[in-house]
Design a protein around this ligand. Sequence first.
Ligand code: ZN
Length: 272
Amino acid sequence: MTRTPPVALKAVLLNTPDIELWPGGLLRARSNGDARTLSRARHVLRRKRDGTYLAADLAEGMLPLVPRLHREPGLDAALDLLGVSPLHSRNGIDHVGELPLHRLQERLDALDIDADGYSERTGLALVAEPEWLAFAGVDRYRRALWLRIDAARAWLRMREAAARDGILLEAISGYRSHDYQLGIFARKLARGLAVDDILQVNAAPGFSEHHGGCALDIGTPGEPPAEESFEATPAFDWLQAQADGHGFAMSYPRGNPHGIVYEPWHWRYQGA
Ligand SMILES: [Zn+2]
């Protein structure tokens, strides 16, 4: 049986180490001028480290949105992806490659994070970012939710199945980049926190399952996001009974071997 993917899955985020290429209509405008440009753009180049919109790929050409665009790190790698559509790649619709990890290692060293020690302590491994991600609808905050295409399809189907049973599942957060997690650390370090204290609350950059595009945090209306109280909701009961049939498993149950706090909201797609 072939299944046509939902239309939404045709929107993809193309990923490079420094820059993401977003489909034009999905980014939040920061001004009226922005809104017009973003809605017309085929792609918007977005700096991963801080979210800055760098350039808009318009029908008439590339419109720089920052001064000295040509000096932007990683620009060439991003421009190389323009016109590339992974959905029609010769490798087939589901082929998702991964970005290399060496650059992450350098940045962990720069932040004085002992990645090897952390890995040994937690049993967690570095998680590579996918080369591209599929649009899986919006999250609770109306932001684009990005997941690997197999996880995106499974999530949309699971959400529909839950809805048929009268259960509303909401995505809280899906794919997050290494740069996003590095940014959290850089800001906290700048405020004077110690690495070990930050690691009590945040996974080390590179080690979060969210980097791989298969994990998502799930909530339900009226519940605060990412709180243990989620386990007392009908939505959680439904997930415990049904998620497995949709290929999802809870990553961090009580007493998990990684020493990560119990996260009843965090689920990972592991294949049908
Ligand atoms: Zn999570």
